[in-house]
Design a protein around this ligand. Sequence first.
Ligand code: C2E
Ligand code: MG
Ligand code: MG
Ligand code: MG
Length: 277
Amino acid sequence: RAKQDGRGTASFFDDRMDRQARDRRSLEHDLRHAVCRDELQLVYQPLVSTAAGEVVGYEALLRWDHPERGQVPPAIFIPVAEEAGTIMAIGEWALRRACRDASEWAEPLTLAVNVSPVQLRVSTLPMVVRSALADSGLAPGRLELEITETALLRDRDVSLAILREIRALGVRIAMDDFGTGYSSLSNLRHFPFDKIKIDKSFVSAMHEDEAARSIVRAIAGLGKGLNVPVVAEGVENEVQRSMVQAEGCALAQGYLFGRPEAIPARRIQTVVRMRRA
Ligand code: C2E
Ligand code: MG
Ligand code: MG
Ligand code: MG
C-alpha cells in the first residue's frame, strides 16, 4: 500500500514538472515574438527626494501584455528571457525605447533602466548604450543603469571592464536591491557605483523589525562614507518615509509617491504632493 502511495506521489510530481516545463517552453516561445508583436511596454515609476517629495527621475519597468495570459509580471518573464537569451533583444529594446521616451520629457529628469546580469557579460553592451543615447539624443548624464549584485558574480573582470566603459560615456551605475545579493561590501569596494538602492524587503519591514531598521541605517551610513546617494525602495506609507529619511536616505521610491505608470511626457510633474499618514 505504502509502495503504491509512493508511486502515486512520484507520478504526480512528474506530471507537475512536465507541465511546468511545457509552460516555461511556451512562455519562452511567445517571448521571442513579444518584441516584434508590440506586446512589451515600459512603465515609469518616480524617484523622489525623501525630504520634499520632489521627483528627481523615473525608473523604467517592463510590462508584458500576453495575448492569452494577460499581464505577465517581470519577475516571471525576465528569468525566462535570461535563460533563453531573449533578454539581449528585450533589454536592448527597453533601453532604446526608454531613452527615446525620456528625451521627450518636459523636464531633463534622470532615467533609470534595469540591466540584466546576462547583458553585462557581453562586451557589446557599451556600444548598445552609446547607440541608444545617440539615436535618442538623450544626454548621457541623464541615464543610469541599474544592476544587481548577482551581475557581478560571474566573470568579475569582464563585468568590471564593461561597467568602466559605460561610465566613461558619462552614464551612471546604480546597485539595485542592495543587501540581498552576495559579497555586497567587497562589490562596493571594487566596482564603480554612483548610487545604492536598498532592497524593499528591508524598507517594508523596518517599522516592526529592529534588525531591518539597523540594516537600513547601516547601508545609509555606507552610502554616506562612500559619498553615493542611497535610495530606499518600496516606501508605501508616511511612517516608512519619515523613517528612511531619519536614517539618512536622501532618495526614495515606492507606492507612496507613485506607482509605475505609462506617463506621457507632458504629465510629468517636478513635485509630487505628499500624502500625510
Ligand atoms: P526592481 O528593479 O527592483 O524594481 C522595483 C520593483 O518594485 C518593481 O516591480 C516595482 O513595481 C516594485 N515597487 C515599487 N514600489 C513599490 C512599493 O512601494 N511596494 C511594492 N510592494 N513594490 C514596489 P516590477 O515592475 O514588478 O519589477 C520587478 C523586477 O523585474 C525589477 O525589480 C527588475 O529586477 C525586473 N525588471 C523590470 N523591468 C526590467 C527591465 O527592463 N530589464 C530587466 N533586466 N529587469 C527588469
Ligand atoms: Mg531597478
Ligand atoms: Mg530594486
Ligand atoms: Mg528587484
